[in-house]
Design a binder for this molecule. Structure first.
Ligand code: ATP
Length: 616
């Protein structure tokens, strides 16, 4: 039995003359405790730098100790029974895979409902396929489920998958939440969800598999894997141990690649709805509430210890922050502030109802185009947003009724705009103006009603990217994407070219086909507009991150106009500009809307701007 362990697992033991194994390096419990000392020194560093890692260091150290000692005892009988009972091996593998899925699922910063099952499914499929390939075709142990081979190798595959999946998923889910404005920028220029997230997806895949590729790059040169070392010490010739290790590394890399791709595919499917719109409320931020009970118990103990150590600091383990006037954080002008968490749902609903959420959509130049044909029509549109994300503790709660957890922003909204018309959208902050424009752009769903463009109902468009190519939403956020505006033009033209080439085959829709401008036309128009608005045309070749807030705002408005949409949706698009430049931009928008027979909806808080826009 010990020979089997030694062979497969690389135990550091050599056989004695009497057949018993003697460890190459005898390790006593005292040695183990001594080896913990350097690690625990870093608890002091964590404390000094306020890293909040003391709990994690303690938990990981204790888990390593308990788990490894336990496996040392459990493996011997399992290797023995497993040789003749496949069910024992299967049971052990099931346990391993469940724990691996749980570990991988608990690490990313954001999570979605069903994440554990997605990871479990990805692991089961990929590990099963690779293990079948490895044991059935390459290694061919007898029996094929020989636990001496199956358990250690599956363990190595799963262990590496945990790291890859958690890194990749953490990268993609955090980006889907934190880089939503970037994704929506691409979507609003007609990108599909895959085009809009391609960069983030590539980053996530690279992040996930890089640790494995890195260890493959240095294996043999710098790192000698434990398994190979164990085999050599157990008597296997080094060249044979090396070949076995190479085989294992290839299997690990393939398994990591497969699981990462599968899990990211599910994450993307969950992160977008059928209309290629980002589902922003799907992802929850992981907090201590999502930690396992074991981790929570350890965290409580370490928090109590840390609290006792701090003495003069706060009782709850966190230092209280005093504000300038001596009051504590959360207090303003002597009155204690309170957060949404402390209100009951009824109070919150009453608060929301009490707010004036009226949105005014005012037509500015309707008289000049009385006989024009209808461009954009909103019929009885309604939109509500979940309020669960703002109330901690109710997040993802299934027991609270839908009515209680949603806030109606607007209901029964009807707007008709003819070609060449501009309307302002005004209302208090938080009333839902941006939501209205994003709804028109198809970036958020609507609860009821119908939208039409040139008389064609939105549901009759081939898909939402085709609608968005003609309905351009100009975000109010500063653009922080990598690259330059010129690169962005190339990407945008690519989206519409793809869409057109697929649509050419669609004979039914050819009559209403949208012909987007090519690269040259778009770049020239953008440069001309920027010149009119007091910017150098070489701004197109500056990195987005090097442009000031006002410059970036002008560039994105210019790009939007130059992409010749039917509907222009401007969300406070001149908020960062000085008065003179604002007037120049307003003039150009009026000119282009009129000349190109577009329609524009313009959100502004500036009454003077609304008045100016109405005076032609
Ligand atoms: N995905 C979401 N989930 C939950 N609530 C949301 C979501 N998106 C927007 N909201 C809420 O909807 C409300 C309206 O948001 P919106 O951005 O449309 O306001 P606004 O009228 O444009 O405000 P401002 O003038 O400040 O830009 C806000 O209270 C906002 O918190």
């Amino acid at each position: 039995m010990m020979e089997a362990l030694s062979d497969a697992f690389g135990f550091l033991s050599v056989p004695e003359a009497n057949g018993h194994h003697q460890p190459v390096v005898p390790v006593s419990m005292i040695h183990l405790f001594l080896s913990m000392i350097p690690l625990f020194c870093y608890c002091g560093v964590s404390y000094a730098l306020d890293l909040h890692l003391i709990g994690d260091i303690c938990i990981s150290s204790i888990r390593t100790f308990v788990q490894m000692i336990a496996v040392g005892y459990v493996l011997v009988p399992i290797f023995g029974w497993g040789k003749t009972h496949f069910s024992v091996v299967l049971l052990y593998l099931t346990l391993m895979i469940l724990l691996a899925a749980y570990e991988a699922s608990s690490r990313p910063k954001f999570w979605f409902v069903g994440q554990f099952w997605a990871i479990l499914g990805a692991m089961v499929v990929n590990v099963s396929v690779l293990a079948s390939f490895a044991f059935g075709i390459i290694i061919q142990p007898r029996p094929v489920y020989d636990p001496q081979y199956v358990i250690p190798i599956s363990g190595m595959l799963l262990g590496n998958c945990i790291t890859s999946i958690s890194l990749a998923l953490n990268s993609l889910s955090a980006n889907l939440v934190e880089k939503a404005p970037e994704i929506e920028l691409y979507l609003s220029f007609g990108a599909t969800k895959h085009e809009a997230t391609m960069r983030l997806l590539r980053d996530a895949i690279r992040t996930g598999i890089m640790p494995t590729l890195n260890s493959m790059a240095v294996i043999g040169l710098i790192s000698i894997p434990g398994m190979m070392t164990g085999q050599v010490l157990g008597g296997t010739p080094p060249e044979e141990a090396a070949k076995y290790q190479i085989l294992i590394m290839y299997l690990i890399a393939a398994c990591c690649f497969g699981t990462v791709l599968t899990v990211l595919y599910v994450c993307l499917r969950v992160g977008f709805d059928a209309n290629h719109a980002l589902s922003k409320n799907i992802f929850g931020r992981k907090d201590d509430g999502q930690k396992g009970w074991l981790s929570k118990a350890f965290l409580c103990i370490t928090a109590a210890l840390s609290c006792a150590c701090r003495g003069s600091k706060s009782k709850n383990g966190y230092e209280e922050i005093a504000t300038k006037d001596g009051s504590k954080d959360g207090e303003t002008n002597g009155a204690r502030g309170y957060s949404d968490e402390e209100k009951s749902p009824d109070q919150l609903i009453a608060d929301y109802k009490a707010r004036q959420n009226t949105i005014f959509v005012r037509l500015l130049n309707g008289n000049s185009h009385e006989h024009g044909s209808t461009c954009l029509e909103l019929k009885h549109i309604a939109r509500s947003v979940p309020i669960t994300t703002t109330i901690k503790g109710f997040h993802q709660s299934r027991s609270v009724s839908d009515q209680l957890t949603r806030r109606i922003l607007f209901d029964n909204m009807c707007v008709t705009l003819k070609h060449g018309e501009i309307a302002t959208v005004m209302g208090p902050s938080g009333a839902g103006k941006s939501q209205l424009l994003q709804l028109v752009a198809g970036l958020v769903p609507h609860d009821a009603g119908q939208l039409t463009l040139n008389g064609k109902c939105r549901s009759h468009f081939e898909d939402m990217p085709h609608w968005r190519q003609q309905v351009r939403y100009v975000t109010q956020y500063k653009i922080g994407i990598p690259g330059t505006p010129r690169m962005f033009i190339r990407e945008v033209v690519g989206f519409t070219v793809n869409a057109r080439s697929s649509k050419i085959l669609d004979l039914k829709n050819q009559a209403q086909e949208y012909v987007s401008p090519g690269y040259e036309e778009m770049a020239t128009t953008t440069a001309e507009l920027l010149l009119e608005w007091g910017m150098e045309p070489d701004s197109l070749d500056k990195e987005w991150t090097q442009l000031s807030g006002g410059e970036a705002q002008r560039v994105i408005v210019a790009l939007s106009i130059a992409s010749r949409p039917q509907v222009l949706l401007l969300d406070e698009s001149t908020s960062a500009l000085d008065h003179h430049t604002k007037v120049l931009v307003e003039k150009s928008v009026r000119k282009y809307v009129s000349e190109q027979k577009m329609t524009a909806l313009w959100i502004t808080h500036d009454k003077d701007q609304a008045t100016r826009m109405g005076l032609e």
